[in-house]
Structures are given as structure tokens and as C-alpha cells.
Design a protein around this ligand. Structure first.
Ligand SMILES: [Cu+2]
Length: 151
């Protein structure tokens, strides 16, 4: 009799029944059964959706997968960005590291990126997703300038 209720019932009924069992009501002698039914009901829906996707996705995603982006380093030392001018391929990540014992910042002239104040050995990272020339400077010492050319 109870089995019939579980199997034929809605998910709500199963959940309600399981909730009673879980909360210590031992009237249902088989707490494991409702759980199994709930999993089965949920799984069949999820599986149907999962099966529909993989066929379409790999073809669309794989060719677009870019090679791992390179990382380029710029060191800030003695009030200079080094190298001052850096040419990189599109998608490259640039990491600036402050090697001075004085705080510096890395701020794009065009407002494209802006670091916080970098203390000694702190880093700022930016990934260049657009081609172009990106001039930047240190907002604390505006005579410190550099540029990144993204091709
Ligand atoms: Cu500076």
C-alpha cells in the first residue's frame, strides 16, 4: 500500500513522506525507499537534459578553445617599468611586480586598468583581450610611464 503511494505520487508527496521519516517519525519503516524514488525521478529529468547537450557542445566549444595564454612580467624597479614598452599577443596576461621599496601603481592612461597601491613585492595582473596600444603610468609618480602593445 505505501509503496503504491510513493511510486505513483508526486515528487512533493515523496519529499513530504521522506521529511517525516527523516524527522524521526518511524511510521514509515523504509526511509531509504522514498530517497531512492526521489533520486530516480530527479535523475531521469536531469539525464534527459544532459544527453541533449553534449552532442551539440563539443563541436562548438573545441575549435574556439584558445591555447594557454602566455604571461609576461614587468618589473617596477628604481622608479621605472621594465621593460617600458612591451609587445604581446592578444590574450596575454601581464604581471607587474613592484621591486622598489616605495609604493607604486599601474594605471592605464585611458582608464582600461588600474592597480591598487602596490607595496614592495606586490603584484598587479591584467589580461589584454583587445588589440591596441595601452599607455600607463604610476599615479604616485606620474613621470613613470610605460606601454603595452597588444597585437
Ligand atoms: Cu610610482
Amino acid at each position: 500500500m505505501r509503496r503504491g503511494v510513493f511510486v505513483g505520487g508526486t515528487i512533493l508527496m515523496v519529499a513530504t513522506s521522506f521529511g517525516k521519516a527523516a524527522s524521526g517519525d518511524s511510521v514509515l519503516g523504509v526511509p531509504a525507499l522514498p530517497a531512492a524514488v526521489a533520486v530516480a525521478v530527479g535523475a531521469s529529468t536531469a539525464t534527459a537534459q544532459a544527453v541533449a547537450r553534449p552532442a551539440a557542445m563539443p563541436a562548438a566549444v573545441m575549435p574556439a578553445a584558445a591555447p594557454p595564454a602566455a604571461v609576461m612580467e614587468v618589473k617596477i624597479d628604481n622608479f621605472k617599468f621594465g621593460p617600458e614598452a612591451l609587445t604581446i599577443p592578444l590574450g596575454t596576461t601581464v604581471t607587474w611586480t613592484n621591486r622598489d621599496d616605495i609604493p607604486h601603481t599601474v594605471v592605464s592612461t585611458e582608464g582600461v586598468f588600474k592597480s591598487k597601491v602596490l607595496d614592495t613585492d606586490e603584484k598587479f595582473t591584467y589580461t589584454f583581450a583587445k588589440a591596441g596600444t595601452f599607455d600607463y603610468f604610476c599615479s604616485i609618480h606620474p613621470k613613470m610611464t610605460g606601454k603595452v602593445v597588444v597585437q
